[in-house]
Structures are given as C-alpha cells and as structure tokens.
Design a binder for this molecule. Structure first.
Ligand code: DQA
Length: 149
C-alpha cells in the first residue's frame, strides 16, 4: 500500500513560520514522522508540498496513478489556507474516492473565526486539528487501519 501526504501553501516554511503557532519542526520532520509511521504498517509514503492551488488539485488527482507515477491508496492532506477557500480542492478529493484525513497542526477552532470553516471536511473521513505534528502520525495510523478492513 501507498499513502500520499499533501501539504498546502506556506508549509514549506514550517519551522520558521510563526513558531509560536506551528512549532519549530520542519516539513522534513513531517516527512520523517509519516515515513516512520507508514513503514510500521508496511506502507510507503510520498510527501508533496505546493503553494499553488492547481498543483494541489493535480496531486490529489495523481492518486489514480499514471504511466509516470504510481497511484496511492489513501491521502493525508493539510490544505493550509486553501482549507478555508478552495472548492477546487474539495471537488478533487470528492472525485478520487480514496480514504482521506484532513490534518491541521494548530487548533483551527481556537483561532480566528475564518479558520473555523473548512471546505474540505465534508469530503474526508476524519479531521485532526491541534495535535501538532503528531496529527500526521495519527492520520497515517488511521488510514493504515482503514486500509486493512
Ligand atoms: C493550518 C491552519 C490553517 O488555517 C492555516 O492557513 C495554515 C496551517 C494548520 O496546519 O494549522 O496554513 O492548516
């Protein structure tokens, strides 16, 4: 099995970006956490990050596989700011029919009002917010369990 971990805009800056909100760990640490958790379940992972909405749509669609790229069986996605704006990303997740978990490092419900609405949540299996980078591990563990059934 194979999981695709998708990270949205500004998450390339993790570690230096608002460390009081997002902590000091980096996107490389996210990758390490996901890889370790997935390999414990015998799953491979690919981690992608983009600041561009259309590239995130392409990444979601890529789980169907192509001649150039293997597909994926499940998705962990931190859509970052596109959580609160993107109908395109929601429709992509709705289209691909793969189990998916939405992760937010921070507790979006304890912040500005505009962060409380997610276009993504209605089309995913689970939402994890406020668990820090541990949220990515929990998401991988959950998908591994779902993929076993
Ligand atoms: C975030 C929360 C979003 O509101 C914000 O725009 C982000 C990161 C999080 O991981 O806590 O960029 O998705």
């Amino acid at each position: 099995g194979r999981l695709l971990i998708i990270n949205g805009p500004n998450l390339n800056l993790l570690g230096t970006r608002e460390p009081e909100v997002y902590g000091t760990a980096t996107l490389a640490d996210v990758e390490e956490i996901c890889r370790t958790a997935a390999s414990a379940h015998g799953l491979a992972v690919e981690v992608v990050q983009s600041n561009h909405e259309g590239e995130l749509v392409d990444a979601v669609q890529s789980v169907r596989g192509s001649a150039e790229r293997p597909g994926a069986d499940g998705i962990v996605i931190n859509p970052a700011a596109y959580t609160h704006t993107s109908v395109a990303l929601r429709d992509a997740l709705g289209a691909v029919a793969r189990p998916a978990v939405e992760v937010h490092i921070s507790n979006v419900h304890a912040r500005e009002e505009f962060r409380r609405h997610s276009y993504i949540s209605p089309v995913v299996d689970a939402v994890i917010a406020g668990a820090g980078l541990t949220g990515y591990r929990l998401a991988v563990d959950l998908l591994a369990e779902r993929l076993q059934d």
